[in-house]
Write a protein that binds this ligand. Structure first.
Ligand code: ZN
Length: 334
């Protein structure tokens, strides 16, 4: 028996010489219907199993086939009987092929029950994302360190068009707190690494000490903070806000006119702290933070200026006094 899940499947079957449709033990044949091209059940029957007699007569006439109405009535009556029997047999069968596999239930969407067939693909994705989405662990830790801080904002802060990928990578690792600090390295290899900060030798080096609290870093940040305040006329308020700014940068959609240059400075500030610390840790070299930062930052500005002068002038050279462009040369004012 062919697999028929519903009535439509039955109506897709051919009825001539089909062993499913036997009349007195024989398959049905009709040279008239075959000649007219009426081969499928749907061609001759309506949904309620009634025969489309007038339609069949019309087709036969149009094709100039000689027929007698009574013989057509007779053959279609036989077909109707066998098809109806076939359908009844299917309805009585508990075969798995009869199961209606169509999904049919209501789903709550915006507090309204909606038939599942009407849910759009995008809505399905949103539901699935909500199921598997987890709050990054780092957000909980940052919230403990900075109570009241909207930790979600870190994902839309910092970076930007003028932040090279290497710096963005470091920013990303800081946000996720995936930094190999002295404490972490010591846990990995106690014989090789100490917990103490290699720059100041005063405290154990955790992420906050490395990027915020180390005495050498604090002096450097003070200079950067004064520079941003005066050169960019930027004031963000409390010390905590400045700390958050040094860690994550300004929000990308900040309305401040110097957002690009401030975020670029801050990314280079973090990168300088990280690189100078690595020189101290891995190469035992002591570098001064401010000159190191100035060299890196100035080179980057020059590269941007020569590579994309229009964008540079439009987004970075925005009327602050942080640097001066004069005859294709850039001078830092800090
Ligand atoms: Zn230190």
């Amino acid at each position: 028996m062919p697999i028929c899940r519903n009535k439509e499947d039955v109506f897709r079957l051919p009825f001539l010489k089909n062993p499913c449709f036997l009349h007195k033990g024989k398959t049905i044949t009709s040279s008239h219907l075959m000649e007219a091209g009426l081969l499928w059940i749907r061609d001759i029957m309506n949904d309620d199993f009634s025969v489309k007699l007038d339609f069949i007569f019309g087709v036969l006439k149009n094709k100039n086939i000689n027929f007698r109405k009574c013989s057509i009535r007779s053959i279609t009556e036989k077909i109707k009987n066998t098809v109806t029997l076939f359908w009844e047999r299917i309805m009585q069968t508990k075969d798995i092929s009869m199961q209606n596999d169509d999904l049919n239930f209501l789903l709550c969407q915006n507090n309204n029950p909606v038939p599942v067939q009407e849910i759009k693909t995008k809505a399905w994705y949103k539901l699935l994302i909500a199921e598997i989405k987890r709050t990054p662990t780092t957000e909980k830790i940052w919230a403990q360190i900075f109570p009241g801080f909207n930790t979600k904002s870190i994902w839309t802060s910092g970076g930007g068009l003028f932040t090279p990928p290497t710096l963005q990578h470091l920013d990303f690792k800081i946000k996720h707190r995936r930094i190999f600090t002295g404490i972490v390295l010591h846990q990995i290899n106690k014989g090789k690494y100490e917990r103490k900060c290699k720059k100041c030798n005063e405290q154990d080096e955790d992420l906050e000490h490395l990027f915020l609290d180390c005495s050498l870093v604090r002096a450097f940040y003070s200079t950067i903070r004064r520079t941003i305040q005066s050169a960019c006329n930027f004031h963000c308020g409390s010390d905590t806000k400045w700390t958050l700014l040094f860690l994550f940068g300004l929000k990308k959609n900040s309305a401040h006119q110097h957002t690009h240059i401030i975020n670029t400075i801050l990314s280079y500030t973090r990168f300088s702290v990280w690189t100078v610390r690595n020189y101290a840790l891995y190469e035992n070299r002591t570098l001064s933070l401010l000159p190191f930062f100035k060299t890196l930052f100035l080179n980057h500005l020059k590269n941007c200026f020569f590579a994309i002068p229009d964008t540079f002038n439009q987004l970075l050279n925005t009327g602050h006094t942080l640097f001066t462009v004069h005859q294709n040369n850039i001078t830092l004012n800090l």
